[in-house]
Design a protein around this ligand. Sequence first.
Ligand code: ASP
Ligand code: MG
Length: 436
Amino acid sequence: MKVLKFGGTSVGSAARIKHVADLICRERRNVVVLSAMSGTTNSLVEIAEYLYKGNVPGAQEVLNTLERKYESVVDELMSTDDGRRKASSAIDRVFALLRSFLSETLSEAGEKEILAQGELMSTALMQCFLEERGMRSVLLPALDYMRTLENGEPDMQHISVRLKRMLDLEPEADLFITQGYICRNDHGGIDNLKRGGSDYTASIIGAVLDVDEIQIWTDIDGMHNNDPRFVDGTRPVERLHFEEAAELAYFGAKILHPSCVLPAKLHNIPVRLLNTMQPEAAGTVIYNFAPDGSLKAVAAKDNITAIKIKSGRMLLAYGFLHKVFETFEKHRTSIDMMATSEVGVSVSIDDDSRLAAIVDDLKHFGTVIVDRNMVIICVVGDLEWQSCHFQAKVLDALSGIPVRMISYGGSNYNISVLVRKQDKIKALKALSDKLF
Ligand code: ASP
Ligand code: MG
């Protein structure tokens, strides 16, 4: 058994839904997790925002536009009168429910219910379409099994028992369809797993059912070994360790959030990234692979600010770093890269909204120097310190480029350097030439 998750763009139109239907009908008894059609969750968020502000006409307008969109999707998707009637009545029920909120003061529970409608509609449409095609597909309502605990974590025991029972009741089913993102909270109220939560749903289901593979289908063919916008000849990375994928997530490889794949990682289930537009391509598999000593990818993150704090007082003193970190904590700013010497420390941040206040406070402890418009370039791979090839290769590739900071040793999976914005593309290309 496998779990196949399709994101909003993959089910973003009637044509796309039909295409996904082709893909999921190729094998039997898999669980298919769907996001809301692209743009829908944003519209639902907007409706809730208008209602919170008491702007009913605003909410109504977004709602009407959304409804027209779904009407035309139903028209294009379904080909029999009976199918069209079924799909329309599912969509009508949702919009009747959404309209009922127009005359109320919105509560948090109401907002959660509004946000849940996108996934309820995409799965209802898919189910109607598969039925029309004669598939024995069964809809598994996520609200009947997906539940979180008081601390917001998934209630794995409950999910496992419920979901397995639901599958056992359907021995003849060819296929199971379920909603990503939505769940019930510990009070039994409708809730969700936060934006982008469908990946989390897929990972949780994969873990409790101990599936062979979790497939995340998007419109990108896996994770590339460098940024294709700046470097020619990049290719998808075949295999990544979960830790390597987590390092890359920071660099805009937004297809997977590390916390979303945690259940898969802990249960040793491979996660494969696949492209709906190129279904035969191998994509990228993420797994707890044994170390293989290989360099996997280069990635960059823009708009980084470097801050250096130097102080003679740091020499042989303790507590200096504590004061520096406390300053960042006070200003709720997270530090990404860091390099220290005996008399100074450099850190990088990507959120500079509190920079002036941070610098002001840091001046109590030493001389502060700020460099803006910097870029973190990160090399990801199996970088055990005992294997002595990679540091030299990375620095050799960057020999013509001024490097502001170097960081390695925080993990065995990345080595990062900080360079100026104007050197970014040159650095990316040089690293690709040298490493791959
Ligand atoms: N529909 C939700 C969102 O847009 C969940 C998801 O797509 O993963 O955030
Ligand atoms: Mg998504």
